[in-house]
Design a protein around this ligand. Structure first.
Ligand code: THU
Length: 131
């Protein structure tokens, strides 16, 4: 049973590391892997806006760099007032590592919604399609 509240708490913690001087929109994410480890990330912006990386991908890359690729869940929180859903690029990156990942979008530890990647990225293009 996944402890969603704990993942949300870690995503909130990660927000403090956001480097977002352009948007002033802080995002934090926390990945859970099958080995029951967690990895955090925050959005890192750039003066060349396109070089910005989202919190979700920072958290996922953090897990990958720890050789922990079996991602089962990711929680996302932001400084906005509403739920923050992952962008299209982040959905694609999530699907690369698990086509069954749970995505938790949270306003806080009590108010959150859970989705599956297949709902958020239908008819996805995956490694099996390059054969
Ligand atoms: N952002 C994320 O980090 N994750 C999302 O799911 C949506 C957008 C960041 C990118 C940029 O730094 C800021 O939010 C505004 O788009």
């Amino acid at each position: 049973m996944i402890n969603y509240k704990n993942l949300i708490k870690e995503a909130k913690y990660a927000m403090q590391f956001s480097y977002s001087p352009y948007s002033n929109f802080k995002v934090g994410a926390c990945v859970l892997t099958k080995s029951n480890k967690t990895y955090i990330g925050a959005n890192i912006e750039n003066a060349s806006y396109g070089a910005t990386i989202c919190a979700e991908r920072v958290a996922i890359d953090n897990a990958i760099m720890n050789n922990d690729k079996e991602i089962i869940c990711i929680a996302i929180m932001s400084s906005g007032n509403d739920f923050t859903f992952p962008c299209g690029i982040c959905r694609q990156v999530m699907a690369e590592f698990s086509n069954n990942i749970e995505i938790v979008v949270a306003k806080n530890e009590e108010d959150y919604k859970i989705y599956n990647i297949q709902e958020l990225l239908t008819h996805s293009f995956l490694s099996k399609d390059i054969k």
